[in-house]
Write a protein of this length. Structure first.
Length: 366
């Protein structure tokens, strides 16, 4: 009986093996966007991108990362984002890990001149495509394979400082408490060159220079420092506080509010929803800020990276256009999404956009 049963099992097995129903189902075809008309061969689905930012997780950072991520995903890329909280050691370690893990592309934000070349040379040597934002290299230490982007920091400083100089109509320089962090921070160093020009031209004079030391709480740190020196300056002796970075400006705003100092104007660089909420408050002294849409920066950087995969020619450097945003421009519901409705050209740029990118967006939107 056992023999008969065994023979039956063998027969069933053999019949099953020969049956068409036993044929393995083919694996689903891999989505290959390179088969789409006009898409360059180097822009393949699933390219892995690391976006690494050496700043705290403030509004500007979140919007920058969101712009890079959403644009990359619209091209079919896999995008991971990392924040180093202004810890240069952690930042360099994150970049080294991304290189070791074999990411196809890197977008690097806020690398400092004294280490950026050594940090990114291994990525270039490994064939990884790299775009940087607000990242500097020591003189002579260039990597031609990398495209570097900046906000137009010179224009940002020019726009904001012109607003401060205009506060004085009697020909005397505007008296300024300066919020600045450096040297060694590329965007702020660029803004500083314009500040020095305004000083030399007699348009402003510096009463105090204050910078952050606690990068886990920049706003609180600056609020305490500004609050501590306000008593030195009676009403009518300070014309403005210049915030070369809006995270510092928010701390100064708190200090001015706490001290009831409505006699001092606040003018800054960069913008966020929080900034605009403070500018809209009753009797707010925050009069204006010069800025580039941080989300757009992330978008443009990702386009540049995509063009690198495509093997297309790119400039070594690119500056994004600056805009001035005045308190009087803002409506009750203006936010980062609707700022374009009150500031002409805000958040819009066709820079480095290509028809094949539109093809990818249409494909991956399905």
């Amino acid at each position: 009986m056992r023999k008969i049963f065994g023979l039956v099992l063998i027969a069933v097995f053999l019949l099953s093996a020969c049956s068409p129903a036993a044929t393995a189902t083919p694996a689903p075809a891999v989505d290959d966007a390179t088969t789409l008309e006009g898409v360059p061969a180097g822009v393949t689905p699933g390219l892995k991108i690391a976006v690494i930012r050496n700043l705290p997780s403030d509004d500007h950072t979140k919007q920058f990362l969101d712009g890079a991520r959403t644009e990359g995903e619209s091209f079919g890329f896999v995008v991971d984002t990392f924040i180093a909280d202004n810890d240069d050691v952690k930042f360099q370690d994150l970049v080294a890990q991304a290189i070791q893990k074999g990411y196809d592309g890197l977008i690097i934000s806020h690398g400092k001149a004294d280490y950026s070349y050594d940090m990114l040379k291994p990525a270039v040597d490994a064939g990884i495509k790299v775009v940087t934002f607000d990242t500097a290299f020591n003189e002579g230490a260039t990597l031609p394979e990398i495209t570097t982007t900046f906000q137009d920091d010179f224009a940002l400083a020019e726009l904001s400082l012109t607003e401060i100089a205009a506060l004085k109509t009697d020909g005397t320089p505007a008296r300024v408490i300066k919020l600045w962090w450096g040297p060694g921070v590329p965007p702020l160093d660029r803004r500083e060159t314009i500040y020095q020009k305004f000083l030399a031209d007699g348009k402003i004079e510096t009463l105090e220079t204050i910078g952050p030391s606690n990068f886990q709480d920049v706003q609180g740190d600056i609020a305490a420092k500004v609050g501590a020196i306000l008593a030195k300056y009676p009403e009518g002796t300070v014309d403005a506080i210049w915030g070369s970075w809006d995270e510092m400006a928010k701390g100064a705003y708190k200090a001015l509010n706490d001290a009831g100092r409505t006699d001092i104007a606040l003018i800054s660089i960069d913008v966020s929803n929080q900034d605009m909420n403070l500018m809209r408050e009753e009797n707010s002294v925050w009069l204006s800020t010069a800025a580039v849409d941080p989300r757009l920066i992330g978008i443009v950087d990702m386009r540049l990276l995509a063009k690198k995969f495509a093997g297309e020619e790119l400039p070594a450097n690119y500056d994004l256009e600056a805009k001035l945003i005045k308190k009087t421009d803002l409506k009750a519901d203006t936010n980062m999404e609707t700022l374009k409705d009150v500031i002409a050209g805000w958040g819009k740029s066709d820079a480095f956009n290509e028809a094949w990118m539109d093809t990818l967006r249409a494909h991956y939107a399905k």
